[in-house]
Write a protein that binds this ligand. Structure first.
Ligand SMILES: [Zn+2]
Ligand SMILES: [Zn+2]
Length: 341
């Protein structure tokens, strides 16, 4: 397996924007934007641990209620990231329901909200057991754009201009370390905790001289042998670099956004970029604080991404689906002749 994630747009490019990123080795998924989620099953939504909301225009946030409905009554923590005012947006959503019976549920949902501001990350917690009262507000540093970083993935955010602050995101999957099963079988070693030790030593850059005790089983008799980390690493371990995924929606094309987007999504394996307007609608894009197909392609080219996927097309252009893709791809490949972006 070359990659541990399978990013997929939730809807048709003319539908509400949103990206689902399931992790293939864990029962976990990430969601970028909470628009129309009706295409996703409850089972899929229950795997979502973190939701990254670009901004709270209705096509990016109407799905909050569905997430809440699906996760409510479960002993889970759901973390929601969003731009300035997201804590108040979530508070307002939660205030729209009556929570007088929450103490009768044996399991309680916790919603953690992280508001991404230039000056820092403002965090707040809403617990079902406390009738979703806003509590534990605190501010943490916002350094290097990083908003979450754990053993499986990290996400960076950039605050972009869309007449309101709108977040662009870059997801980086951590490299994954596999044990080659065929080689393990041919070595005739007995699988066990030592394989985790080996993986851990690889991820922590262990010393080559480190010795691991490896069990072998023959005719029901288990014997052990000490083998060096260097030997085991070269015989059994495969390391796959993680993928980088860029996600940018609802942003005007200007110098501020251009610099931030290019830096954020630089060298992404796949760059998911909005393109509500066609190349000849640059003026309309400026007036509505959105990108055109050609601008999306230009950003992808400048950022040196490997693959561009445009979406969030304006519904007035339903007959121009291919034109969006072609114009974006031509700009990405540097093919259009005009200097006009
Ligand atoms: Zn939108
Ligand atoms: Zn918007």
């Amino acid at each position: 397996m070359k990659s541990g994630i399978a990013p997929t747009l939730i809807n048709d490019p003319f539908g509400d924007p949103g990206l689902l990123v399931p992790f293939l080795l864990q029962k976990q998924a990430l969601l970028f934007d909470l628009g129309d989620l009706s295409a996703l099953s409850n089972g899929t939504l229950l795997k979502v641990s973190h939701a990254f909301v670009s901004h709270t225009h209705i096509d990016h946030f109407i799905g909050f209620d569905r997430m809440l409905r699906t996760h409510f009554g479960r002993n889970k923590t759901l973390t929601i990231f969003g731009p300035e005012n997201i804590i108040q947006n979530v508070k307002g959503k939660l205030a729209g329901f009556t929570w007088n019976l929450v103490e009768l549920y044996s399991e309680s949902l916790t919603i953690e909200v992280v508001e991404v501001r230039e000056e820092g990350l403002l965090k707040a917690t809403f617990r079902a057991i406390d009738r979703f009262k806003l509590c534990d507000e605190k501010q943490e540093p916002f350094e290097g754009g990083v908003i979450v970083d754990n053993a499986v993935f990290s996400v960076r955010a950039a605050i972009l201009q869309h007449r309101v602050p709108c977040l662009g995101f870059a997801l980086e999957e951590k490299p994954h370390i596999n044990i080659n099963k065929e080689k393990l079988e041919s070595m005739k070693a007995k699988p066990g905790a030592w394989l985790n030790e080996l993986k851990q030593a690889v991820s922590q850059g262990g010393q080559d001289s480190l010795m691991l005790t490896v069990p072998f089983e023959a005719s029901g008799v288990v014997t052990t042998k000490d083998i060096s980390f260097a030997q085991l690493k070269s015989d059994l371990v495969e390391i796959f670099p993680g993928q980088k995924i860029g996600y940018v929606v609802d942003s005007v094309f200007n110098d501020h956004n251009r610099k931030r987007i290019v830096k954020l999504v630089e060298s992404s394996d796949i760059f998911f970029c909005e393109s509500p307007f066609l190349a000849n609608e640059a003026e309309r894009g400026q007036a509505r604080f959105h990108l055109t197909s050609r601008q999306a392609g230009t950003l992808a080219r400048e950022a040196g991404v490997k693959q561009l996927q445009v979406f969030h097309f304006s519904s007035r252009h339903r007959s121009c689906r291919e034109q969006f893709y072609n114009e974006a791809q031509d700009a990405f490949e540097g093919k259009y002749s005009s200097t006009e972006i």
